[in-house]
Write a protein that binds this ligand. Sequence first.
Ligand SMILES: *[C@@H]1O[C@H](CO)[C@@H](O)[C@H](O)[C@H]1NC(C)=O
Ligand SMILES: *[C@@H]1O[C@H](CO)[C@@H](O)[C@H](O)[C@H]1NC(C)=O
Ligand SMILES: *[C@@H]1O[C@H](CO)[C@@H](O)[C@H](O)[C@H]1NC(C)=O
Ligand SMILES: *[C@@H]1O[C@H](CO)[C@@H](O)[C@H](O)[C@H]1NC(C)=O
Ligand SMILES: *[C@@H]1O[C@H](CO)[C@@H](O)[C@H](O)[C@H]1NC(C)=O
Ligand SMILES: CC(=O)N[C@H]1CO[C@H](CO)[C@@H](O)[C@@H]1O
Length: 491
Amino acid sequence: MAFDTRALYVCKLNVLFIFALFAAVECLSKGFRSHARDDGSREAVFEEHWFTQKLDHFNGAESRVWKQRYFLNEAFYKPGGPVFLMIGGEGPANPAWMKNGTWLTYADKLGALCLMLEHRFYGKSHPTADLSTNNLRFLSSRQALADLAHFRTVMGEARGLTNNKWVAFGGSYPGSLAAWFRLKYPHLVHASVATSAPLHATVNFPEYLEVVWRSLASENAQCPLLVKKASDSLVEKLKDPETFGNITKDFNLCSKLQIQTEMDSAYLLEMLAGNFMDVVQYNEDNREFEGVQGGNITIKVLCDVMSDPSLGDPYARYGAVARLLMDTFSLKCLDASFSNYLRDMTNTSWEGPAAGGGRQWVYQTCTEFGFYQSTDSPNQPFTGFPLDYQLKQCADFYNVSAEQVAQAVAQTNEYYGGYNVKSSRIVFPNGSIDPWHALGITQDITAELPAVFIKGTAHCANMYPARSQDLPQLSLARDHVLLLLQQWLKN
Ligand SMILES: *[C@@H]1O[C@H](CO)[C@@H](O)[C@H](O)[C@H]1NC(C)=O
Ligand SMILES: *[C@@H]1O[C@H](CO)[C@@H](O)[C@H](O)[C@H]1NC(C)=O
Ligand SMILES: *[C@@H]1O[C@H](CO)[C@@H](O)[C@H](O)[C@H]1NC(C)=O
Ligand SMILES: *[C@@H]1O[C@H](CO)[C@@H](O)[C@H](O)[C@H]1NC(C)=O
Ligand SMILES: *[C@@H]1O[C@H](CO)[C@@H](O)[C@H](O)[C@H]1NC(C)=O
Ligand SMILES: CC(=O)N[C@H]1CO[C@H](CO)[C@@H](O)[C@@H]1O
């Protein structure tokens, strides 16, 4: 939940295509569409509240403050009950989560008060006047955790909830924050549900695409091989400028393909691979209530296209997949220009084209997490977007060098401990289809730090509302988390 990655940023179209890149974490966001929808906007649970927050928690001489957005649902609260805190992530906090989602089912059963706090620098939570690189130095998971701590303390006092048991929830990057909140502030958080949480930071993350291979193969053993064939043919064609007219047509590009640098070809190849990455990451997740479209585009649908000889050779089928996704998201054409992307990503305005989260999240990857889903492993279907291409963006967008990225990522693991979680009462659900499980806790660490494995589900599946066609193991996982919370709230 909580917030994307592969998709973050402005609705799925941009997401899929523009941000096919940093893709990676998401669940919660996608706020734009639900905002556009008017149906529930008058309801109290969708009402925006504002909290006065410090700009810099780690400098006592810095007294500037800003307004952080949060949402509140008191409908389930029974006096003395727990307080559930949904942690916002790398996109706008989507108020749809105040009305739907597994955590509300738990709140109903356990009499919890529900809060959701938007992450600094995303959505409407603007600590600074713009997104200049100089201002982005106040964007980090450490500042975000300190925001959560201050929010918990002040809200506890203001609402008489100081002695209630607080439980943190989050999916994807916010799942990591949920675990780290309990780890770093155990006196403020009683327990955490850290769904699909990448706990280990890593500059290079080629395992992501290895899981994509396996997830495609679980549908149809030929499927990833056909994808590889298609991707290889495209890479071959890219060597010959004579073919650029055809490629432009085959993938419905907005303007005639131009390859001046390796960044240009890498960008195109990554965007087209992104079609598969997004679909795998969210395969069959019940995200409709968030306003997400394209839920019916599943691994099976893509593999059916890739296996359909009536569409031509695998390369032609690869084009058909790209056009199917463009149709689904009502996108007229695919902008494959890296220089346009560079222009968008370096726009520092809050109204800018990447201010929906793209500029901020990539900054966090360059200065904290890495997570670059490169093609550097041989055991995956794609070619052409190596780690160097991803690191070059840190330099181009924020003047952060490859050495600085490496140091920052090492420091992140030093600070949080990576896989070596020393804490208690944190549950780590993970889905076998989800490429992010490769960086998550997938085996019980102790009885008090259990993993919940869900075979056959994707990113954050257990957080989405239950429905009749859910796999039995998904329903069991939801029940199991409830049972743990019941136990943990007793003592
Ligand atoms: C969302 O919540 C509303 C009100 O509780 C309910 O009517 C609706 O069916 C829910 N939607 C989903 C997808 O669960
Ligand atoms: C472009 O596509 C057409 C039709 O498929 C084909 O005949 C032609 O040889 C292609 N051109 C190049 C340069 O590959
Ligand atoms: C997905 O759903 C949309 C809207 O209901 C429909 O137009 C489209 O044909 C569906 N696509 C597939 C592949 O089922
Ligand atoms: C940034 O984006 C805004 C909104 O799209 C636009 O008005 C502005 O001109 C852009 N700034 C630059 C420097 O491109
Ligand atoms: C980029 O960073 C280097 C050192 O890290 C610094 O010397 C240089 O001035 C910076 N360039 C810009 C344009 O900020
Ligand atoms: C895909 C994956 O890594 N699944 C793991 C999730 O956690 C369980 C433990 O509960 C492991 O057994 C699975 O291997």
